[in-house]
Write a protein that binds this ligand. Structure first.
Ligand code: PLP
Length: 444
């Protein structure tokens, strides 16, 4: 009997034996094409020698040096590289071990910043429904995934939420995409006014929504309007690129596409590409200076922040992404994937939407294409697709997002940037068979 406390207690999982490029091989020798990077993590696939060598070599020097006592060459080097590439005035990097920690740190930094500059009344954080910012209690409260929140209500601290920018379901008849984006962005202004114009610390959003809806980019102009509103009311803009960052959407940072720079940026997943657990929070020099000139201490910290082996992995990943040109492969590969998905599922009676950017793509399964009615959540269709895909030797990330409190079925694809053309066909073929099997099992 296993003594591991698994994620899903009722599932019997295969045993991962080793990695081979875009594939994971189990202990029976079965190969799984990783078309979702686990959860948009493995952007380099599973056998990148440059990254493992960098980690091994750091481990040979020193594995761990507590950041209360030391900095380390890999942390310094990675921070320098990230800041050289980061948008806007981002100037400092706070390393953590994952996405939820990056988001927690960002929420606390925003709150502390206003204390340091003498505006302690700015405490509110505004976020969006149908977003996901992590599973720790603060990040969960910011998140707008009603299903993930439900068992923990009332949350320790709750936050205000506005609608997401979700054109497939939100756009009204006769409204242009641009006008729709402006309308939902303006909800931020309304919410700031409702809470009190000098009481809001920050607004947090994912530039491309991942783990709730499966790759939903905002429409053009949306984030520019969000940035304007934040500037007008002195509210910090936190962008959560834990899933959509690090080249996943075709630009190193997803917000580069929107032409908007945040005050605080959260990254994780693709930063370590799965080779080490690492995340980071980047903030502007102005925020850092306020802390430095104020109390001098960010009231936060975890034991493993700035772990040298994790930072060594991050540095090697960045070299692969930028110097070896892997990010440049993302847009053409993503478009080729989208074309194949359109060809296969564009007219499918139960695929309502095919969306995304770069190698971050989502399919929404619906009972009725015309009315966009979701399937009965009791079918757990997304989970059935995942299992059928695993049987086919394909990993795709299923999710039951929330539609006005009701769950819908979404499939996220986030394959590695090393993908070959033939593997694009393998993804569509296997996914097609998995969707057909799952729909049959659900009686559709
Ligand atoms: N933020 C976003 C946008 C995410 O997608 C996730 C995880 O899926 C997180 C935060 C939490 O990251 P982690 O699971 O590494 O704590």
């Amino acid at each position: 009997m296993s003594h591991v406390f698994p994620r899903h207690t009722k599932a019997k999982l295969p045993v991962a034996s080793h990695g081979d490029g875009a594939y994971i091989v189990d202990s029976d020798g079965k190969r799984y094409l990783d078309a979702c990077g686990g959860a948009a993590v493995s952007c380099l696939g599973h056998s990148d020698a440059a990254v493992t060598d960098a980690v091994r070599s750091q481990m040979d020097s020193i594995a761990f040096a507590h950041t209360g006592f030391f900095t380390s060459p890999p942390a310094e080097a990675l921070a320098e590289k990230l800041i050289a590439l980061a948008p806007g005035d981002l100037d400092r990097v706070y390393f953590v071990s994952g996405g939820s920690e990056a988001v927690e740190a960002s929420l606390k930094l925003a709150r502390q910043y206003f204390v340091e500059i003498g505006q302690p009344q700015r405490k509110h954080i505004i976020a969006r429904w149908q977003s996901y910012h992590g599973n720790t209690l603060g990040a969960l409260a910011a998140g707008g995934n009603r299903w993930r929140r439900a068992q923990f209500e009332p949350l320790l601290v709750d936050m205000a939420h506005i609608d997401p920018c979700f054109v497939y379901r939100g756009q009204e008849e006769g409204e242009s995409e641009f006008d729709y984006g402006q309308r939902v962005a303006n909800q931020l202004e309304t919410e700031i006014q409702r809470l009190g114009v000098d009481s809001v610390a920050a607004f947090v959003a994912e530039p491309v929504v991942g783990a709730t809806l499966g790759a939903v980019p905002a429409v053009e102009g949306y984030f520019k309007r969000i940035r304007e509103i934040c500037d007008q009311y002195g509210v910090l803009l936190i962008l959560d690129e834990v899933m959509c960052g690090m080249g996943r959407t075709g630009t190193l940072f997803a917000c580069d596409h929107d032409g908007v720079a945040p005050d605080i940026l959260c990254i994780a997943k693709g930063l370590g590409a799965g080779y080490q657990p690492i995340g980071a929070m980047l903030c502007t020099g102005a925020i850092y200076d306020a802390i430095e000139q104020g109390s001098g201490l960010f009231q936060h910290g975890h034991t493993y922040i700035g772990h040298p082996a994790a930072c060594a992995a991050g540095g090697a990943v960045l070299t692969r992404l930028i110097d070896d040109g892997l990010v440049e492969r993302v847009t053409p590969l993503g478009e080729a994937l989208h074309t194949r998905l359109e060809a296969r599922f564009g007219q499918h009676p139960h695929v309502g939407d095919i969306r995304g950017r770069g190698l971050f793509r989502g399919l929404e399964l619906v009972k009725d294409r015309e009315t966009k009615t979701p399937f009965d959540p009791g079918h757990k269709l997304h989970a059935k697709v995942k299992q059928a895909a695993m049987n086919e030797g394909l990993m795709c990330y299923p999710m039951g997002g929330t539609l006005d409190g009701q769950r819908g079925d979404h499939i996220l694809l986030a394959p590695p940037f090393i993908l070959e053309d033939a593997q694009l066909d393998e993804i569509t073929d296997k996914l097609d068979r998995a969707v057909t099997t799952a729909l049959a099992q659900a009686g559709a």
